[in-house]
Structures are given as C-alpha cells and as structure tokens.
Design a protein around this ligand. Sequence first.
Ligand SMILES: *[C@@H]1O[C@H](CO)[C@@H](O)[C@H](O)[C@H]1NC(C)=O
Ligand SMILES: *[C@@H]1O[C@H](CO)[C@@H](O)[C@H](O)[C@H]1NC(C)=O
Ligand SMILES: *[C@@H]1O[C@H](CO)[C@@H](O)[C@H](O)[C@H]1NC(C)=O
Length: 394
Amino acid sequence: MRSALRLSSRRGCLPLLLAKAVLSTAAAVEVRRDRVDLLELSRKGEDFYQVQDSGWYCRLCPAGTYVAEHCKEQNGSSTCLPCEADGYVEYPSHFGRCLRCWTCREDQVELSPCNATRNTQCVCKNGTFCSPDHPCEMCQKCQSRCPSGQVKIAPCTPHSDLLCGPPTGSFSGSYMIVIVIIVALAAVLLLLLLWKRCCRHPAAGDSRDLGRKSGNVVHYLVLQLTRCWRGGLGTRDNIRNEHLSRDQERGLLPAVGAPSAPGLEEVVARTSDPSAKTQKILVPVPGEDPVILLRRSFHVFARDVPFKDWKRYGRALDLLENDLALAEMNDKYSQEPFFQMLNMWQNKQGMSASVNTLLEALHRIDLGGIAEDISSKLVQQGSFQYQPLKLSYG
Ligand SMILES: *[C@@H]1O[C@H](CO)[C@@H](O)[C@H](O)[C@H]1NC(C)=O
Ligand SMILES: *[C@@H]1O[C@H](CO)[C@@H](O)[C@H](O)[C@H]1NC(C)=O
Ligand SMILES: *[C@@H]1O[C@H](CO)[C@@H](O)[C@H](O)[C@H]1NC(C)=O
C-alpha cells in the first residue's frame, strides 16, 4: 500500500486522488451529521425513565437523591429522598439507592470528601504517582532525582513521574549548528540548480527571460519538495496500511465498482476514505452463538482501548453518565468498569447489539486505528469474519 501511494502520486494522479478524497470526506461528514441528529433525538428522553414492566415514564430524581417510590401517572414525579451520609448520586437518576462513597486507599490521600453529589476524590500520596493511561492499581514511587547529566523538565505529580531531559543549553547549541549546516547546504544546492537550468544556456534570451526562468526553477523546486513531503506523510500510516494490504492479500477488500482490474489510485482512494473502514463489516462466524462471540470480544476491547478513554467510549455508545458511574462503582482500579460498561451497553441494545457498533463508536472518538487492530484480532481469533464488501453496498 505504501508503495502504491507513492507510485500513484509519481504518475501524476494527484489531482484525481485529491478530488476523490474531497468527495469522500464530504460523504463522511454527511454520515456523521445524521448520527448527531439521532443522538439529539435520543437525548430528549433523558429527563424521564421508564418504570419496569409498565407503560409509563417518570421524571428522574435530581442528583443527590434516590427514587424511594415510582410515580403513579404518566410523566409524573417520583418520590425522591436525599442520599445518606456515605452515599452520593452525581447526576439525575432512577437509582433505587445511592452509590457508596469510596474510602481512599492507604497509598492515597483524600483530596475532597464525599458529599451527596460527588464521590470522594483520592490522589496518590506525595512522591508517588499513577499514570492516567492505566488503571491505577497502586501508586508508584516517583524517581527521586534525575540521572547525572540530565535536568528536571517536569516535577513529580500525583499523575506523572518526574520528567528528566538533557540540559537545554547544550541541546539548542548543537541543534543550531546542525540547522546552519543544513541551510547552507540547501542554499548551495539551490544555486547549483539555478546555474544548471539557466546559465548553461545563455543563448536562451535576455535578462528578463532569465528572471522568469529562475522563477520557474523555484516553482519546480517547491513542487518537488511538496511531493517528497506528501510521500513522507503516506508512510506515516504504516501500520494501518500494512493491515490493509494484508487484508487485500486475503481478498478481503475486493475493489467494487471497477469492472476489471482497477487503477492504483482507485484502491488508494477507497482505502484511505474513513467511511470505507466502517463499511468493512464483521459478522460472527457461522455455527457459534453470536451473543457469546460478542461477549468474548469484550476482552479484546478492554485490552486494546486505552483505559483513560473508557468513559469517552461509553458516551460514544450512548450510555448515560449514571451508567458510567455505576460501572465505575464496581471497581475503579481494574478493567472491571470497562466490562460493566460494555455489559450495560449490551443489555440496553438487546438483540441489536453488534460488534460493528462498538467498532464504529471507536472511529467516532478518533480511535479508528485501534478499531482496525481490534477487528483484525477478532478475525484472527476466528470468532468473526469480514462480510464481503459487496453485501454492505447492497
Ligand atoms: C410525556 O413526556 C414525553 C416526552 O417529554 C412527551 O412526548 C409525552 O407527550 C408526555 N406525555 C404526557 C401524557 O404528558
Ligand atoms: C459537593 O462538593 C463539591 C466540590 O467538592 C461541590 O461543588 C458541591 O457543591 C458539593 N455538593 C453538595 C451537595 O454539597
Ligand atoms: C506534599 O508536598 C508539598 C511540597 O513538597 C507540600 O506542600 C504538601 O503539603 C505535601 N502534602 C502532603 C499531604 O504531605
């Protein structure tokens, strides 16, 4: 794929590619706008909850209270009672009791106590930290000092270790020398090229002509440079590209639309289109219970989606803040809240719960690369397979 990208841009198909990219991003924006509208619609119902096994809705109880008794009429107000001393509810809810306040662990200090609307806030003790990128099972000791030859760049905080680096003085000094050398070399090269293009053919015309030509040379150089730069960008998405090309080898990405072998740019435009990725639909392998396969996939999601993103992810899956609080209550320090969150989502979705919804939500919160990884893992594990693309175009 990487070489395909370069090839196509070398052959001057860039304008075509760009046009396609513009068209496909416009399509993606359109799709996203539809999704937002749907979300807005579902938000309207957030002030009410449905009483189980009955046709009617009741107003949610405000934060800091719980539902003591459901309302007795459509859209009525339930009886809400305030949380006891060791309980809290952060958002309007239909909880039958308040959530239990945390007590801070031994390696933490209490930043602020629990009250009716806010759980206890705990942070690591002085000199220790927990990175927000991982579940905090225990606070780790910060480095006490920087290694010799390095200086402190950022101090130890409850959320980050002491950060050390080379002293800034020598850093910028050596950098300056390198930059000066590069600039000088570039200037010499430019002069050489100018001389080659213009002055080797002195018969070509007068000085005005020469001026125009050197203008052309500069233009040419700028063009070459931007082309190199684009080539470099193309290699950045290395891993994803490799995934894509692997899929292509397996024949999982047949080019639709072109009757015979498509041009290179055809394939490139298709696979670099963000909405195309979401069209690569996974289906459970036949002969196994799809519900079990879906639940099994939760492990892969919990392992691969960064822990710090699990709430954002839950919101992208249309879960409410209260659902997330409930999930979190279970256990803050393992991957358990993540599983709870996915369980809740599955219960809400019922039979329509699909691994593709989980993957799409990742794309929506800009974790598309992780979604790609997860899909290929699920396929490798043999629990899911790609649906042939033609079907999804249906
Ligand atoms: C209850 O509330 C919903 C949403 O706010 C509204 O559509 C519906 O008409 C209300 N029903 C009654 C009986 O007030
Ligand atoms: C709970 O504490 C937070 C800050 O710690 C504060 O903003 C909030 O108003 C408090 N709520 C109540 C009900 O006291
Ligand atoms: C932590 O250290 C800082 C400065 O080193 C100090 O101001 C603060 O009081 C300490 N906090 C605790 C709980 O020891």
